[in-house]
Design a protein around this ligand. Structure first.
Ligand code: NAD
Length: 256
């Protein structure tokens, strides 16, 4: 029997077959979970629908996480079809490309608000709508973060500030939702070539540095993140909440 047999998982953040969320979806499917997906924009929908169908999912729901109405509607749809929810995956982030290069001093007010809204506040908004569907089911909420929320990386800039807010939100949400037997955790993944990563100036330099210096002397791949996502979303992690779990070849333990 799979680790997630009978579980219902709602996944935000599959843009294509390179997305970390897609690897998570495939791993959840292998472990027996039933899946629903959300997307923002028709170009994403075109790529997502065939991927979702390949895992037997017909629940593919539009939701731009900037909109409270779209979020409420998305969870209403999931609630109507499933009557409850066990797992929420938040694998969503965005910042203007201009703000992911050059000096952090050039961060604009609008750029700050946009990055924090999509990449951090959205976890709170999704969790609030998910909560009534998840109460008492010993389920889990999972988000994706990066070490640039704890230490400074060239060009990561405003996204680092957004990830810091996201990681602290994980802890506050874990406290707020623990009484309803809902766990909230983050995976801090090492650099992986995806659509979002392509927007970060100097990504190749960061990935090269990790491959040279991390204890495992290589970068991680989407499937390795997905393995940790299965663990954190299953009963194996029933005592784990408010955690930021690194899947980064051990890079974060290195001083010099
Ligand atoms: P990706 O581009 O495949 O995924 C990002 C997703 O965010 C896309 O599906 C995109 O449609 C979605 N998104 C953006 N704006 C949105 C909005 N307004 N409403 C709804 N969805 C929106 O890239 P990825 O690398 O798989 O990123 C997933 C998560 O993993 C992000 O939080 C990212 O910061 C994090 N992460 C990535 C890396 C990496 O190196 N790739 C490392 C650590 C953490």
């Amino acid at each position: 029997m799979g680790l997630l047999e009978g579980k219902k998982a709602f996944i935000f953040g599959v843009a294509n077959d390179k997305s970390i969320a897609w690897a998570i979806a495939q791993a959840f499917h292998r472990e027996g979970a039933e899946l629903a997906f959300s997307y923002a924009g028709e170009s994403v929908a075109k790529r997502l629908i065939p991927l979702a169908e390949s895992l037997g999912s017909k629940l593919v729901i539009p939701c731009d996480v900037r909109s409270d109405e779209e979020i409420a509607q998305a969870f209403r749809t999931v609630g109507d079809v499933w009557g409850g929810l066990d797992i929420l995956v938040h694998s969503v982030a965005f910042a203007n490309k201009d703000e992911l290069k050059g000096s952090f001093l050039n961060t604009t007010r609008d750029g700050f608000n946009l990055a924090l809204d999509i990449s951090a506040y959205s976890l709170i908004a999704l969790s609030r709508e998910a909560a009534p569907l998840m109460i008492g089911r010993d389920g889990g909420i999972l988000t994706l973060t990066y070490y640039g929320g704890q230490k400074v990386f060239p060009s990561y800039n405003i996204m680092g500030v957004a990830k810091a807010a996201l990681e602290m939100s994980v802890r506050y949400l874990a406290e707020a939702m623990g009484g309803d037997r809902i766990r909230v955790n983050a995976i801090s993944a090492g650099p992986i070539r995806t659509l979002a990563a392509a927007g970060v100036g100097g990504f190749g330099q960061i990935a090269g540095h990790v491959a040279d210096r991390a204890p495992l002397r290589r970068n991680v791949c989407q499937d390795e993140v997905a393995g940790a996502a299965v663990y954190l979303s299953s009963h194996l992690a029933s005592g784990v909440t408010g955690e930021v779990h690194f899947v980064d070849s051990g890079y974060n333990i290195i001083g010099l």
